[in-house]
Write a protein that binds this ligand. Structure first.
Ligand code: SAH
Ligand code: SF4
Length: 356
């Protein structure tokens, strides 16, 4: 082991609190050091959240977006993209199929589409909850009142990533918006009793290893319940089209480091990682991940939800990926979650402290 890595790694082994400097050393690990880091994260995952892998079916219900995020193909400025907005009936049809298949959580995601009304989403949540599933919403930055209305309708979780912990980079990449406002939304959601999903992209232009280390520490501070960490993939119709894609190796190190710092957290093996490496899900599940979010949107719209190009499993029918995922999960000696797969920070944290 590289001596500098070894020092930080030993701290992780002893479950000492990791500093930003320690995380920088861990994140840079290569070869055998990287393998040791991921193996340790896999062990901590086993101890803290067990061997269950939770499957969440994601329904991408609208690709309209009023925002101009430089990294994202759904940005309002991308006039080359055909836009769609599913009807309530279309959403209910795919949701029923997913629930029949066995999904216990549905994730409803969209751009910041102000023409899909707050009331329509409220009704949708109420209808979906009748099917005995957990509901995650991921519809961007809204007011406290809107989040409250959706929570009262029955929404259990909300996914709104911090994207980057660097406030200057954040505002450069999300024009007109600030990191503080984003974190304020996250605080509202926590206050309202949502399970909070955050996360960040790996490999954004202008980001450093120190930023990534800070990303993990910020998520810890925000006591997030879920952390979606995936590589940045440039989209040809965005200002970042010439940027390099994020590294698979660094993303796996990020997952591992996030698991060490937040043993309780739900960590998805992201679709973006599988897009860059077909083995991505397996590698992530062996580096601390315990969640997979397969696409259950209607086939004909999937290619239009083009956050980044060439999304993995874009044409996979429901039955195919269900079976493929079960096979993968069982081949790793893991089991597929059969309940909602909730994550409550306080309970999970005390559980972790008693286990490790
Ligand atoms: N509009 C909502 C949810 C949809 S975007 C929101 O922005 O919160 C979902 C996630 O896609 C974002 O949080 C971002 O992390 C990710 N994303 C966007 N563009 C990406 C790209 N080019 N590569 C990888 N991930 C990207
Ligand atoms: Fe819209 Fe979300 Fe894409 Fe930003 S990341 S452009 S808010 S869909």
């Amino acid at each position: 082991m590289k001596p500098s890595f070894q020092q930080a790694f030993n701290k992780a082994l002893q479950q000492e609190e990791l500093t930003q400097e320690d995380l920088v050393l861990l994140l840079q690990a290569q070869g055998e050091d990287a393998q040791a880091l991921r193996n340790l994260a896999n062990e901590v995952r086993h101890q803290a959240v067990g061997d269950v892998v939770h499957l969440r079916g994601i329904i991408e219900f609208s690709n309209y977006c009023s925002q101009q995020c430089h990294y994202c193909g759904l940005r309002a400025g991308n006039t080359a993209l055909g836009r769609y907005r599913l009807t309530q009936e279309e959403i209910m049809t795919v949701a029923e199929a997913a629930v029949r298949r066995g999904y216990k959580t549905l994730v409803l995601q969209s751009g910041e589409d102000m023409n899909f009304s707050v009331e329509a989403i409220t009704e949708l949540v109420q209808e979906l909850k009748k099917m005995d599933v957990a509901i995650t919403l991921s519809c961007g930055e809204r007011s406290y009142q809107v989040y409250e209305q959706w929570r009262l309708a029955g929404a259990d979780r909300y996914l709104i990533k911090q994207e980057t912990s660097d406030p200057i980079l954040f505002s450069r990449l999300r024009p007109g918006r600030t990191l503080d406002e984003r974190l304020e939304c996250q605080r509202y959601l926590k206050d309202l009793g949502y399970q909070l999903g955050s996360g960040c992209m790996v490999g954004l232009p202008g980001q450093t290893i120190a930023t990534l280390a800070q990303d993990i520490l910020l998520m810890r501070e925000m006591q997030v319940n879920m952390s979606g960490i995936g590589p940045f993939i440039p989209h040809g119709q965005t200002p970042l089209k010439m940027a390099s894609r994020g590294s698979v190796e660094l993303t796996l190190n990020m997952l591992a480091a996030a698991r060490l710092v937040m043993p309780w957290v739900h960590l998805p093996a992201t679709t973006a990682l599988s897009t860059l490496n077909p083995e991505g899900r397996k590698l992530a599940l062996l580096s601390g991940a315990n969640v997979i979010m397969p696409n259950v949107s209607p086939q004909e719209f999937r290619s239009l939800y083009q956050i980044y190009p060439d999304k993995y499993c874009i044409n996979d029918p429901l039955d195919d990926h269900w079976e493929e995922l079960h096979n993968l999960i069982h081949s790793l000696g893991r089991t597929v979650g059969t309940d909602y797969g909730h994550n409550y920070f306080e309970e999970a944290f005390s559980y972790v402290q008693s286990k490790i």
